[in-house]
Design a binder for this molecule. Structure first.
Ligand code: ZN
Length: 473
């Protein structure tokens, strides 16, 4: 994410919904005991330190097939979510996260399942237990007016209505407004997202556009998008609107480029749209092979969203956030955040610190601002010392300034400690080692020490975990 507006006052998150206690499932077998129907309910949260009810336990999603129909005029979304998952325990019931919307039916492996709602938890109780290790398919049909959430920074996320359609932004939990899922970054999956919109509008999503077909009644168009590489749910997006589309293929990386810009802003942002291939290639030179099958951007009008977000393959911008440094920031996230995804929200500096450092590299090469000058600027800003980047004081400051700028300062201190050669091989190697996976701060510090052969404990203590500003470096 990259903020556009002057920072809004930090708002503490509403108290998390109480954990649901699922009754009626006697647990008489030991874990892994497979005889009889003695499964237990999956947990209602994924044990995130800041968002205990986000995500769910007991299963691992492999693939989402989302079939959506959205009419901006009535603001009505009709959806079917087919969720293919592997059970991590014998399951008598399991949860999905869903905010709002009416659930019309649910089934597991073709048999109707009992479904109940409590807060943002949707519980499915299949007719038969799912056995540990089995791959099962849950189908949920739902509809309604998808909503917005106010995230921990006081900004909007979820299914945001725009002048001509909608744009979906999901960090950290907004994706639960438009599809039921395991909405924690630790459970990544592949996706097919198909969206039917009224004639004349375009639906843009993540991955590759597989087909674009008129509906049987001739009143709309169905756009089918496929994400072959794993994606965290917060990085899924759908943009619906009257877009100007460009498709091309950059020379070096060979990755198809698909850009969508709101028609009323496309002319003004054309010059930077045309640089997406160049800056994708520049990022490849710095960070290693591009992790996904396509690149691009979605550019909306000023005010359609409160920030730019690194939605996978093609990040979302508003016109006023679409500048070269922010474009580089969101492109860098494709490696750091999207491909190498924080294990929990506490690890988010591994995403934002790297993306900020990419901006510093860009400013040095293209705008004559040495990285060390960006470091000095950041060091001098009191806001960057509010808390340690690897240990935010709570969900309300999940994406506070230190996560970005002190995260980037940490990387600069690593660079000074290990030298340029090791540092840039760490940037590339980290992205390669954890490609399409999840990683934690501890994974990172251990990786740097292994690559450099140095004990950097003192550096981590000061820059990642320490309170307050150290003496002038
Ligand atoms: Zn960011």
């Amino acid at each position: 994410m990259a903020f556009v507006y002057p920072r809004l006052g930090l708002r503490s998150l509403a108290p998390a919904a109480a954990l649901i206690v699922l009754g009626g499932a006697p647990v008489t077998g030991a874990a892994g005991h497979h005889s009889g129907t003695h499964g237990s309910p999956g947990a209602a949260g994924a044990r995130d330190p800041y968002f205990p009810t986000l995500g769910n336990g007991g299963y691992d999603v492999r693939h989402y097939t989302l079939t959506l129909d959205y009419d901006p005029g009535s603001h009505r979304l009709t959806g079917t979510a087919e969720i293919t998952a592997r059970a991590a325990q014998d399951l008598s019931a399991f949860n999905l996260d869903l905010h709002g919307m009416a659930v019309r039916s649910a089934a597991v492996d073709g048999t109707p399942a009992v479904h109940t709602r409590a807060g943002d938890e949707l519980t499915l109780r299949p007719a038969h237990d799912v056995r540990r290790g089995d791959v099962f398919r849950a189908v949920v049909r739902y509809d309604g007016a998808p909503g917005e959430l106010t995230d921990s920074e006081g900004t909007r996320e979820g299914w945001l209505r725009t002048e001509d359609g909608a744009i979906a932004l999901g960090q950290p939990q907004g994706s639960m407004t438009w599809f039921p899922g395991n909405h924690h970054p630790g459970d990544k999956a592949t996706y097919d997202i198909s969206v039917t919109v009224p004639d004349g509008l375009t639906a843009v999503s993540n991955g590759d556009l597989r087909s674009q077909r008129p509906t049987a009644d001739g009143q709309g168009t169905t756009f089918a998008w496929h994400s072959a590489q794993p994606m965290a749910t917060y990085l899924a997006t759908v943009g619906v609107g009257a877009y100007e589309i460009t498709r091309s293929r950059p020379g070096t990386a060979g990755i198809p480029v698909y850009t969508a810009a709101d028609r009323t802003v496309a002319g003004r942002v054309r010059e930077l749209l045309d640089r997406v291939p160049e800056l994708t290639n520049w990022s490849v030179d710095k960070f290693g092979p591009y992790p996904f099958s396509s690149t691009g951007v979605i550019v909306e009008r000023e005010g359609d969203a409160d920030y730019a977000l690194e939605t996978q393959n093609r990040s979302v911008f508003t016109e006023d956030s679409f500048d070269p440094a922010t474009l580089v920031h969101e492109l860098a996230h494709q490696w750091y955040g999207d491909s190498v995804t924080p294990r929990t929200w506490r690890d988010v500096w591994l995403s934002e610190g790297f993306a900020t450092y990419a901006e510093w590299l860009y400013l040095e090469e293209f705008e004559d601002t040495p990285v060390r000058a960006s470091f000095e600027d950041a060091f001098g800003s009191d806001d960057n010392w509010a808390f340690p980047p690897a240990d935010q004081p709570g969900a309300g400051q999940l994406l506070g300034d230190p996560v970005y700028e002190r995260g980037a300062m940490t990387l600069q201190k690593v660079r000074e400690a290990v030298g340029d050669t090791v540092f840039f091989s760490v940037l590339r190697g980290w992205a390669a080692t954890h490609r399409h996976g999840n990683a934690s701060t501890q994974d990172f510090t251990a990786y740097v020490e292994r690559m450099s052969g140095k004990d950097l404990g003192a550096l981590w203590d000061v820059w990642l975990y320490g309170d307050g500003r150290p003496s002038r470096p």
